[in-house]
Design a protein around this ligand. Structure first.
Ligand code: HPA
Length: 263
């Protein structure tokens, strides 16, 4: 089978209707079932997975990240573009800007973080020098102008456990430690994708300045409103990129030693 492109939709990105021949699929995995949609965009087979469920019913710390990545791999996906809403710690990344992540810092606390849990496959330490696929990042960068988004080509994502927002003291620390944006979902998604040998990149949309930098209290409504305002541009960026991604890869995401295989 020609490999498929996976799209993981974050907050505000739930709608697979843009795809032709749309089918809802409930994929059984060793970690529980995962809901996704298969379909076609132009000549490309696509799997769309709404990370928080179709109606935003699943909070960040309860997302079944392992089932989601396993299911995408099972459905023949080799490359994933994901979206995420983020708060900004960096004045050069204002609300409304899109940030293409290139690094992350993990501050999660209670999530299963690996497919290599029990040493059955031997002890596996996966390289994360370049956490996000350089090929997909390059394709995204090539397609930003057409989408009309202000795009920043780098950014360090700090992943918190949530579901609460951060304190200003935490944000001050994250900023001092090199964070640019903060969110609650990119880890372990990015980790599991690499362990599975899949290419993975994330387009984030800055929905607010982070706690203590923003002059107002934070709310989920504010995040949703900003996503809604920019959803068409994000969708254009992703769809243009899907059309442009070639089947050939130059990256080494798929060549990691001992990667997770689906049965
Ligand atoms: N913090 C954490 N997650 C977020 C934020 C934030 O400020 N904005 C959007 N997602």
């Amino acid at each position: 089978m020609k490999s498929r492109i996976g799209v993981i939709g974050g907050t505000g990105v739930y709608d697979p209707e843009i795809l032709e021949d749309l089918k809802e699929v409930d994929v059984k995995t060793p970690y529980g079932n995962a809901l996704l949609y298969t379909g076609r965009f132009q000549d490309t087979e696509v799997c769309f997975l709404p990370r928080h469920g179709r109606t935003h019913g699943v909070p960040p710390h309860k997302i079944n990240y392992r089932a989601n990545i396993w299911a995408l791999k099972k459905e023949g996906v080799s490359r994933i573009i994901s979206t995420a809403a983020v708060g900004s710690l960096n004045e050069a990344m204002p609300p409304g800007a899109a940030v293409l992540l290139d690094q992350f810092i993990d501050f999660t606390r209670q999530r299963p973080l690996t497919f290599f849990e029990d040493g059955r496959e031997g002890v596996v330490h996966t390289d994360f020098t370049e956490p996000y696929c350089p090929d997909i990042r390059a394709s995204l960068q090539e397609n930003t102008a057409a989408a009309g988004l202000k795009v920043i080509n780098y950014g360090t994502y700090v992943c918190t456990e949530g579901p609460r927002f951060e304190t200003p003291a935490e944000i001050k620390m994250f900023k001092a430690w090199g964070g640019d944006v903060v969110g609650m979902t990119n880890v372990p998604e990015v980790v599991l994708a690499r362990e599975a040998g899949l290419c993975y990149a994330t387009v984030t949309l800055v929905t607010n300045y982070a706690a203590g930098i923003s002059s107002t209290l934070l709310s989920h409504e504010e995040v949703l409103e900003m996503m809604a305002e920019n959803i068409e541009k994000i969708r254009d960026l992703i769809m243009n990129t899907i059309g442009a991604i070639s089947q050939e890869t130059r990256c080494s995401c798929g060549q990691i030693p001992g990667k997770m295989e689906v049965e």
